[in-house]
Each structure stands twice: as structure tokens, then as C-alpha cells.
Design a protein around this ligand. Structure first.
Ligand SMILES: C[S@@+](CC[C@H](N)C(=O)[O-])C[C@H]1O[C@@H](n2cnc3c(N)ncnc32)[C@H](O)[C@@H]1O
Length: 284
């Protein structure tokens, strides 16, 4: 049994492979007096499952945010990276249990990869997963981290304009009912935020197993002046596309059930090639 004293906790925090605690879940460490996940061990999913859908429009999300990106310090998330590389360049929005986040960190060793997840326990699982991988494969995964965040509300509090090379939105919650469509993570306004954070010519990856949601993604993104579809050949030869199809937890589930996966990659256009938005696109 591990020592549940405050000192034991403090020692854990000082390890170089740590990632700051998940907001809203500070005390989810012990169960019946034992560590749920002993320090450095790979967490077990069964202890970190939580309700399938969190309401991203809720005001009671228990989260605090920096007022602006300059007020936020990424160093504790990527303690082994040089100061020049600690701001995220690739984000995995709604990373779930983090399969793609950790895969991308190996696939893109020069990137700084951040998984963003709204559900506290699920996010804790990814945090412990990355810590465990950093411990067991020394030198690897130092460019991966996760943070609890509601990206629908707070992306631009954390990320500088034109700071990202890639955004992944993989198997997002479909929110089938029309009255819940405003909870969807792809909308005209959110695409504007994604464009704000992406560098010119950077890429937005979208995948889902729900055909109607894919059509929604295409409709919203095709009509957004800051994005254009990537040509098929470039898309199909991109190893990140293969990863989002095959490596995400949801992608694997869909594979097992034999259902289809629908995806598209968009390029964020440089400002000089954009015609100003038409007013009827606002608030869609
Ligand atoms: C169906 S899961 C997909 C997980 C993962 N991308 C995959 O493909 O395996 C969608 C995830 O998005 C998260 N999510 C939903 N809304 C979010 C938001 N506003 N900000 C961050 N994460 C969100 C959910 O909690 C959930 O874990």
C-alpha cells in the first residue's frame, strides 16, 4: 500500500515526468486507502470512465482559465522540452482516453502535442498514461501532455493566434437532437476560433462515424471563408490521417463494429487569399 501522506504527493509532483493535476479532480488519487494508479504505473480505464457526454455549455464546469495566453505557463506540462518549444503546436480536441495524442507525439517528434478533454476523470487517465509512458520509454513522450479544458469556451485563453500546425477533432459527440446542435464542436463561430489559432496553411482534421455529422462538418467548413479542402491525394498520403482513422479509441471501436468512418482535412487559408465573410454566416 502506498503512503497517502501529503509528503508522498509532494514527491510525486517534483518528478520531471509529471503533468500538472487535472482541474476539478485534485483528490481522485486513493481508493480504499490505496493508490488508484501507483506512481508511474499505466492507469486502468475502468477507474476513469465517466458519463459519456458532458455539457460543454454548462456554467458549472469547475474550471479556471488564464485571461490571455501570455499568463499561462506550459513549462510544467512539458518539463523536458526547451523553453522555445513548450507552447502547443498540435492539439487533439476532445482527446478522450488519449490514443491519438500519444501516437501523434511519436509521429510528430518536433511537435508539441496537447490533448484537450472536458471530462475530468478521462483527462486524468491521459495524464497518468503520458506520465507512465514517459517513465517507461525514457526520452519519448516528453512532447505530449493533456489538459482539462472546455475548448468551446476557452481555446483562445490558452493559445496564441497562428500558433498551431494541426488541430484534430476525432469522433466528436454527435449531439443528435436539433436542440443540442449548438453543443457541436464544429460551427461557424468555432471554426473562426480554430482559424485564429492555426498558422496559415495549417491543417484541420475532422473524422466521425456519423454520416449526418460528417455532412454537418462539410457544410460548416466548406462555407467558412478561412478553410479549403485538402486535395485527396495529399490527404490520403498523410500519416496523420491514417493515425486518426486507426489509432483513436473511437476509431478502433468503429472498426470492430464494422461501421464507416467519414473524414476530411481542411487547410487554413492565408489572410491574403480570403474574401471577407458574408454577414449571413455569422451566428450559424
Ligand atoms: C466520442 S469521444 C472521442 C474521443 C477521442 N477523440 C477518440 O476518437 O477516441 C468525444 C470526446 O470529446 C470530449 N469533449 C466534448 N466536448 C468537449 C469540449 N467542449 N472540450 C473538450 N472536450 C470535449 C468528450 O468528453 C469526449 O471524451
Amino acid at each position: 500500500m502506498s503512503d497517502p501522506s501529503p509528503l508522498a504527493k509532494k514527491q510525486k509532483v517534483e518528478s520531471t515526468s509529471e503533468i500538472p493535476e487535472i482541474q476539478g479532480l485534485e483528490d481522485y488519487t486513493f481508493r480504499d486507502g490505496e493508490d488508484i494508479t501507483p506512481a508511474g504505473a499505466m492507469p486502468q480505464k475502468k477507474y476513469y470512465r465517466s458519463r459519456a457526454h458532458a455539457n460543454p455549455l454548462s456554467f458549472n464546469d469547475n474550471l479556471t482559465y488564464p485571461t490571455k495566453p501570455a499568463d499561462f505557463d506550459w513549462q510544467p506540462y512539458y518539463p523536458e522540452l526547451p523553453a522555445s518549444k513548450i507552447a502547443p503546436t498540435v492539439i487533439d480536441i476532445g482527446c478522450g482516453f488519449g490514443g491519438l495524442t500519444v501516437e501523434l507525439s511519436s509521429l510528430l517528434p518536433d511537435a508539441t502535442v496537447l490533448g484537450l478533454e472536458i471530462r475530468a476523470k478521462v483527462c486524468e487517465y491521459v495524464r497518468l498514461r503520458v506520465i507512465s509512458l514517459r517513465e517507461s520509454e525514457k526520452g519519448k513522450y516528453k512532447n505530449a501532455a493533456c489538459m482539462r479544458s472546455n475548448t468551446m469556451k476557452n481555446l483562445v485563453n490558452y493559445l496564441n493566434p497562428k500558433s498551431l500546425d494541426k488541430i484534430f477533432i476525432c469522433f466528436p459527440d454527435p449531439h443528435f437532437k436539433a436542440k443540442n446542435h449548438r453543443r457541436r464542436i464544429v460551427s461557424y463561430d468555432l471554426l473562426t476560433e480554430y482559424a485564429y489559432c492555426l498558422k496559415p496553411n495549417a491543417l484541420l482534421y475532422l473524422i466521425t462515424d456519423v454520416k449526418a455529422l460528417h455532412e454537418w462538418h462539410l457544410e460548416k467548413t466548406d462555407s467558412h471563408e478561412m478553410f479549403e479542402r485538402l486535395d485527396e491525394e495529399t490527404m490520403e498520403s498523410d500519416p496523420c490521417v491514417k493515425a486518426m482513422i486507426n489509432v483513436t479509441e473511437e476509431g478502433k471501436k468503429v472498426e470492430r463494429s464494422g461501421s464507416n468512418k467519414y473524414y476530411m482535412v481542411y487547410r487554413r487559408l492565408p489572410e491574403e487569399s480570403v474574401t471577407p465573410p458574408s454577414p449571413e454566416n455569422f451566428l450559424k
